[in-house]
Design a binder for this molecule. Structure first.
Ligand SMILES: Cc1ncc(COP(=O)(O)O)c(C=O)c1O
Length: 384
């Protein structure tokens, strides 16, 4: 195995999913819905195929989708972008993250990452040869310490990775927090790579604020999102980046020589979906609020310490009150003894020690799935 990938191992998601299958566990681990994509959105993909949109897409995205992405950004955030100059469509947000990093970070550049972090950030940055500067989000409300964040910035900092609403903690950065980050980015001439895939899953009274729209960030921010979470079609892997013309030219260069183009029919279907009426977006929030409230109440009745998320579709719990195990051992025990699969959050930390008492429950699941998990979790006691 060559040096660049030697440390990676298998993804924790694959490991827990395989174990969950083996023991017939309810899977609240991996973050994808166990309900289907809305029918009209599926039909838009079917229609695109029937209409003959089956050959390579324009490399940086079919115009119809880039225009819909620009319209959506203007409609929800007053972010004005030119579909021809400021948008690149990618294979999911994952590819947008990869292209953004490889388009802007040189070997030896320092990149600040809030930890815990979605599991692709660190390996992507390692492959790019970046020097990673972790800044921890601390329980109980998973916020950063301002002095620690300031201390992480230096003349060598190239970029900061932001993820709001945040996976796995559910933190939604406030305007004040984002302004604090913005001020540091401006002071140290740093780029923000802002992953906002959960932009429409935010619980009242919290609001999603797009850091790209704060003054001073216009030319130093790449906004990343995707259709997977908002339209319950994670398997379509249709994502995008919005940024200044100069940044998008660089991102498109990486994209054209990695995957070249995404799956054409889904460009048409996601273009249709992004234009959906306000009621669709309200319903999405309402349904996820209901699921969040349900699982949070269930978990509060267990001996775990639980943290109520402000957004995204995950709940973090602290196991240290009921177990001396670390999160990985506990997660395996939970699958085997109680038939519920979760993700040990320590896998999202640069230093696993800092997250070894946290596990992540995912609630983008049907009522019946959550009810079955609730039944099983009601038996939860201290581990041996
Ligand atoms: C924070 C975050 N970013 C990016 C992604 C990947 O998105 P996509 O499936 O569009 O590549 C995920 C998926 O779980 C995520 O949680």
């Amino acid at each position: 195995m060559i040096e660049r990938i030697r440390g990676f191992g298998n993804s924790v998601f694959a490991e827990m999913t395989a174990l969950a299958r083996q023991y017939g566990a309810v899977n609240l681990g991996q973050g994808f819905p166990d309900f289907d994509t809305p029918e009209d959105i599926k039909q838009a993909a079917v229609k695109a195929i029937a209409d003959g949109h089956n050959q390579y897409a324009v490399s940086h995205g079919e115009p119809v989708l880039r225009e819909a992405i620009a319209r959506h950004a203007a409609r929800f955030y007053n972010q004005h972008s030119d579909a021809n100059k400021h948008v690149c469509v990618t294979s999911g947000a994952s590819e947008a993250l990869w292209c953004s990093i490889f388009a802007t970070v040189e070997p030896g550049d320092e990149v600040i990452v809030f930890e815990p972090a979605f599991d692709v950030y660190i390996p992507n940055l390692m492959m790019a040869g970046a020097v990673i500067k972790p800044v921890t989000l601390y329980a109980p409300d998973f916020r950063f310490n301002r002095d620690e964040l300031r201390a992480a910035f230096s003349g060598k900092t190239k970029a900061i990775m932001i993820n709001t609403p945040h996976n796995p903690t559910g933190t939604v950065f406030t305007t004040e927090e984002l302004e604090f980050i913005r001020d540091l980015c401006v002071e140290f001439d740093v780029l923000a790579i802002s992953d906002e895939v959960y932009e429409h899953i935010v619980f009242a009274p919290h609001n999603h604020v797009r850091i790209a729209t704060l003054s001073g960030m216009e030319n130093r921010c790449i906004t990343i999102s995707s259709g997977g979470k908002t339209f319950s079609c994670t398997g379509w892997k249709c994502g995008w980046a919005i940024a200044s013309e100069e940044l998008i030219i660089a991102i498109r260069r990486v994209h054209q020589f990695t995957v070249f183009a995404g799956a054409t029919p889904f460009h048409y279907a996601i273009a249709y979906a992004l234009d959906k009426e306000q009621e669709f977006y309200h319903q999405l929030t309402a349904q996820y609020t209901k699921r969040r409230d349900y699982l949070y109440t269930v978990l509060q009745q267990t001996p775990l310490t639980v943290f109520n998320p402000e957004g995204a579709y995950f709940i973090t719990a602290d196991i240290s009150g009921i177990s001396a195990m670390d999160g990985v051992e506990f997660s395996k025990w939970l699958i085997k003894e109680h038939g519920v699969a979760v993700i040990p959050s320590q896998k999202f930390y640069c230093n696993e020690e800092r997250g070894k008492q946290f596990i992540r429950f995912c609630f983008c699941k049907q009522d019946e799935t959550l009810q079955l998990a609730a039944q099983r979790l009601s038996q939860l006691t201290t581990t041996p």
